[in-house]
Design a protein around this ligand. Structure first.
Ligand SMILES: [Zn+2]
Length: 790
């Protein structure tokens, strides 16, 4: 007897959910995952196994109460085997996987579970590999069918439902159809989940009535056989096959169930292959035979379901139930949960007692059911062969969405193995303010983008010059040629960043940062200071990337006053400096880099028992975290470490005066800017992943040190040093820590106190007379730290 093979009908949402689950949840864990799907019956077209987004979950918990047309599509449980590589998928023991799945079906039948949940008869397996980089999925579904040794024998031809149900009864076909339709409708009405996959129609008191399998089994084999003898018993199976002459795949396990659970082995059993109409009734005859009916139904005419419109398409086949008495007595495999552990070929090795952990079918039964694909031969003919299908979703996706998911992919993949603790949402939501859209600003923004940061604001007052594009990757020759007015660097950089990634939210602000000693237009400077203060207060982190020392002074002071994290990068000719400014540990840190509000690591029994080194990390962390909470915390120096001006008692004078061209700008080795920019961003990422975030204690490590110090080991993405200084002359990088200076011109208590006491008047005075800040000393010869970025 031939059955129409089953096909899976995966929806686009299923692939999306599969890719997300693999990327974010399962990662490298390739064990079989529980899933569920719906058996969609043939309704004017072929049905099949419908996989959708919600299919990746526990059957029953998610399947829920069916509504609408889903009430005609029973649910069934299955498993998804998502392999890490295509090679693993190819090498997996397909026969073992199918055998194990079929053994589960057999166990459900023998135990009687299938009587209460007929969907268990349509178990499935989806072996797959998801290539999220190419948006390609290789999918190979299997629908395990139990195959008795002697096969299943059909008696006579398949008949339309009316002829098949009335044959030998002496009752009008139309009357029988009406009865069958009403019986099915009555069963659906009392079943919350909708139509069961299989049930029986029995003639009681001269009329057809639907009985769930459990009720039928409870009547006993003798009663059922007696009904069968008077043509008063029909097995009903929801059928995905649209063929007028062939039953679908679901009938196979239902017939084995009828032999074992209903005691009908050896009997010839009529099977109604149910292809219900959306109105909840059964349709007859096959639609190709009644084009008028089919077109009326297709047009959605809501005529009352008569017997003829209700049953068209369904067929009746008569099949001899297999004799499985001897087989049924054989031992079955371990219960489903244990069998799953052994699904992968690697796990299927025999255990100490020599038995495979895979559950096996008893002697006398085999399994069939890997999905087949049409394969075209050279002569143009098509044959169906067992093989996986390849689904390319890339062409279907919106390019912008594609860019977004692809951009996140590398970061998501980091979480598989290299960086499980990567906090993507924190980085994606972080608001970064970049002071300077020159060489450093361009490189810092690109590096932030690569880490998934989306909100990037450039502040710059300059225009793209012809000398810029070769060193500043967000600018091109055309920008410089457009003229100073229409090529403001902050705006052009933001537009360029948006072209690189449509999902990012860059912004350009044309603003001259007020500087001590630059008192040409005081009113404009004061307006700019107010704007700068607003920008800093709405940011989570500020990058100081300007090309002079004095332009860093006001941002340093404003960040210190608002306790906003600031990362500073500066270039010399062949050396670079990246540092984070100290914060006040006794006040709340502004923005997303504040330590988590409630200390996550309270001393508990568990931490008291932990090794000493680990305890010291925890102690440092929880005290720092408590400091972030603010209230009631009084210990700890403020600020923790120094700022850019701390190590330099010289006030921020106008350093651009009296400089020759080679002292002004861009006279630095071209490789320095990308190196320093990358260090600045990596420092931010490490800080974001430290348990104390912006209040992380400074990690210090000399160049010749070996393994990381205990306090650094295992904390987030790595150490969070105070300063990094790089020297191209020796290709070396140093981690340094410098304490905050009590006489610093930008971050000391005196200066911050003066700002809070005098406000704008203090800023105005400092711009007019830089001597107010310094100790009256003139700049020393070494200006390298302050020079050159833009
Ligand atoms: Zn300072």
């Amino acid at each position: 007897m031939k059955f129409k093979p089953m096909r899976a009908a995966p929806q686009a949402s299923f692939f999306k959910a599969l890719g997300e689950a693999k990327l974010q949840q399962w990662k490298l864990d390739d064990r079989a995952r529980p899933a569920w799907a719906r058996i969609v019956p043939a309704i004017r077209a072929e049905g099949g196994l419908r996989l959708e987004a919600s299919s990746l979950g526990e059957h029953g918990r998610d399947a829920g109460v069916a509504a609408g047309t889903d009430r005609l599509s029973p649910t069934c449980p299955g498993h998804v085997l998502c392999f890490n590589t295509l090679e693993q998928m190819q090498k997996a023991d397909k026969a073992a996987v199918l055998g194990a799945a079929a053994a589960l079906v057999w166990a459900d039948i023998v135990s009687g579970r299938a009587l209460d949940s007929p969907g268990l008869l349509a178990r499935f397996v989806v072996a797959c590999h998801a290539d999220m980089k190419q948006h390609k999925f290789v999918l190979w579904p299997a629908f395990p069918a139990l195959v008795p040794e002697d096969g299943l024998a059909q008696e006579g031809e398949a008949l339309p439902a009316s002829a098949g149900l009335s044959a030998g009864l002496g009752v009008e076909p139309a009357v029988v159809l009406e009865e069958a339709s009403e019986a099915v409708a009555a069963l659906m009405a009392r079943s919350p989940a909708g139509l069961p996959l299989a049930f029986v129609l029995a003639r009681r008191d001269g009329k057809l009535a639907a009985q769930p399998l459990r009720e039928a089994a409870d009547r006993g084999a003798a009663s059922l056989r007696a009904d069968l003898a008077t043509r008063g018993l029909v097995l009903v199976v929801v059928d995905p096959s649209p063929l007028a002459r062939h039953a679908g795949w679901t009938a196979r396990n239902a017939l084995v169930m009828a032999s074992v659970c209903l005691g009908l082995g050896g009997e010839v059993l009529p099977v109604l292959c149910l292809r219900p109409s959306p109105r909840g009734a059964v349709v007859d005859p096959p639609d190709h035979a009644r084009p008028d009916e089919a077109s009326a139904a297709a047009a959605g005419e809501s005529s009352a379901p008569t017997a003829t419109t209700a049953l068209c398409g369904s067929i009746v086949v008569r099949v001899r139930c297999p004799g499985l008495e001897g087989v049924a007595a054989a031992a079955v495999g371990p219960p489903p949960g244990e069998a799953l552990a052994g699904w992968l070929a690697a796990d299927a090795a025999p255990d100490a007692e020599g038995t495979s952990s895979l559950s096996r079918l008893p002697r006398g039964l085999s399994a069939a059911g890997w999905e087949r694909q049409p394969v075209r031969a050279k002569d143009g003919s098509t044959t169906m062969l067992s093989r996986p299908r390849v689904v390319d979703l890339g062409r279907l996706l919106d390019p912008a969405k594609l860019a977004e998911s692809a951009g996140r992919l590398n970061l998501s993949l980091m979480r598989w193995r290299a960086l499980p603790g990567l906090d993507q949402p924190l980085l994606e939501g972080m608001k970064c303010l970049l002071l300077g859209a020159g060489t450093l600003g361009c490189h810092v923004s690109r590096c932030l983008l690569a880490w998934g940061v989306r909100s990037i604001t450039f502040v710059d007052n300059g225009s793209v010059a012809h000398s810029n594009p070769v060193r500043q990757p967000l600018f091109e020759f055309a920008d410089a040629a457009a003229g100073a007015k229409s090529s403001k660097k902050a705006i052009v950089a933001a537009l360029a960043l948006k072209r690189v990634s449509p999902v990012c939210q860059p912004r350009g602000v044309v603003l001259t940062i007020p500087m001590p000693g630059h008192a040409e237009d005081l009113d404009a400077s004061m307006a700019a200071a107010a704007e700068l203060r607003r920008l800093i207060e709405e940011s989570d982190v500020v990058f100081a990337l300007t090309d002079t020392r004095e332009s860093r002074w006001l941002p340093t002071l404003l960040c210190r006053a608002s306790n906003t994290p600031l990362i500073n990068a500066a270039l010399g000719f062949d050396s670079w400096l990246v540092m984070r400014h100290g914060l006040d540990a006794t006040r709340p840190v502004s923005g997303a880099l504040a330590p988590p509000a409630s200390p996550p690591l309270e001393p508990t029994e568990a931490t008291r028992d932990s090794p000493a080194a680990e305890r010291s990390v925890l102690a440092a962390t929880s005290s720092a975290a408590a400091a972030g909470a603010g209230a009631g915390f009084s210990t700890g120096p403020a600020p923790t470490v120094g700022c850019y001006f701390c190590s330099d008692v010289v006030g921020p004078l106008n350093t651009t005066r009296g400089r020759t061209m080679d002292q002004q700008c861009t006279v630095t080795r071209p490789g320095l800017a990308p190196i320093a920019a990358a260090h600045a961003v990596e420092l931010l990422v490490n800080m974001a992943h430290h348990p104390a975030r912006a209040l992380a204690p400074a990690a210090v490590r000399s160049a010749d040190a070996g393994a990381p110090a205990p306090a650094e080991a295992g904390v987030g993405t790595g150490p969070v040093p105070h300063q990094l200084r790089g020297f191209m002359a020796t290709f070396s990088t140093m981690q340094l820590e410098a304490a905050a200076s009590t006489v610093c011109t930008a971050c000391s208590a005196n200066v911050v106190g003066a700002l809070s006491a005098r406000g704008d008047a203090f800023i105005r005075a400092a711009i007019e007379d830089p001597d107010l800040l310094g100790a009256g000393q003139r700049p020393r010869g070494d200006e390298s730290r302050g020079r050159c970025a833009g």
